[in-house]
Design a protein. Structure first.
Length: 259
């Protein structure tokens, strides 16, 4: 949206400010630097909001200042956000959705998470991406990488990151959409048997990626979480975006490897 359009619509200006505050909080929680362009835009939005408040009639200004103070105490700090340990996160992004979502109905807050993971070499440098969609809010895009990992680990990591973000947003009715049969079958078919066998496969071997599976079990316990498989590279917009970001993150990790 162009700058003059934001200035014509105060609600959009405030919404963009909240989105950037959220991005700042996510970056701070994961100990990664915020992009300079985002920092500059955030400061510019703060300046423009203050200018608007200073030129409004006193009654409206008092009301807007109350809202602004509330935003400043609940949005920029993001103390409720947690990093994604023990998963290493090297790059996290938050982006606004290009379209507006309908406001959620009263009752349980729902969320849809789109995920993908990638690894160059498998094992090798890897990356993941999760898009978290909550009705009435901007989409959140989370990504990260690891210098040495596998494709399956990145698939699980993407789901963990997305679930944590959705839960932090207050959602307890969640749909995870992924092209990973490993993730979907693990969560819907294999887990009960693994747990019954003491985290051993039917062949008596230790379950691979046990620590990640256990994080998923903990995150989904007591919540209504559905797992939906879709075919990858089939034109699904969010899946294509996640694949693009996960692959780019893996390639950045490859370039960062010690020579």
């Amino acid at each position: 949206m162009a700058t003059h359009e934001l200035e014509e619509r105060p609600a959009d200006l405030i919404q963009r400010y909240r989105t950037l505050c959220e991005a700042s909080g996510i970056a701070r929680a994961n100990r990664v630097p915020l992009a300079p362009s985002v920092q500059d835009e955030l400061l510019d939005l703060q300046r423009r909001l203050l200018m608007r408040l200073s030129t409004e009639p006193s009654a409206a200004r008092d009301t807007r200042q109350t809202v602004t103070r509330r935003e400043q105490t609940t949005v920029p700090s993001h103390r409720h956000l947690r990093p994604v340990p023990p998963v290493a996160v090297e790059n996290v992004e938050a982006v606004a959705s290009a379209t507006e979502s309908p406001h959620p109905a009263a009752g349980r807050l729902s969320a849809t998470i789109f995920t993908d993971g990638a690894a160059e070499g498998n094992p090798g440098p890897g990356g993941y991406c999760a898009i978290v969609r909550v009705p009435g809010r901007p989409d959140r895009e989370l990504s990260g990488s690891s210098i040495h990992t596998t494709n399956n680990k990145m698939e699980l990591t993407a789901a963990i990151a997305g679930l944590r973000a959705a839960i932090d947003a207050g959602a307890d009715d969640i749909t995870v959409v992924t092209d990973s049969e490993y993730l979907v079958k693990g969560m819907t078919e294999w887990l009960p048997e693994w747990e019954r066998r003491g985290w051993k496969t039917w062949a008596g071997q230790p379950v691979k990626n046990k620590d990640l599976w256990q994080q998923l079990v903990s995150l989904t316990r007591g919540r209504n979480v559905r797992w939906q498989w879709i075919k990858g590279h089939a034109g699904h917009p969010e899946n294509e975006r996640c694949d693009l970001v996960a692959t780019a993150s893996a390639r950045r990790a490859a370039r960062a490897r010690p020579t």
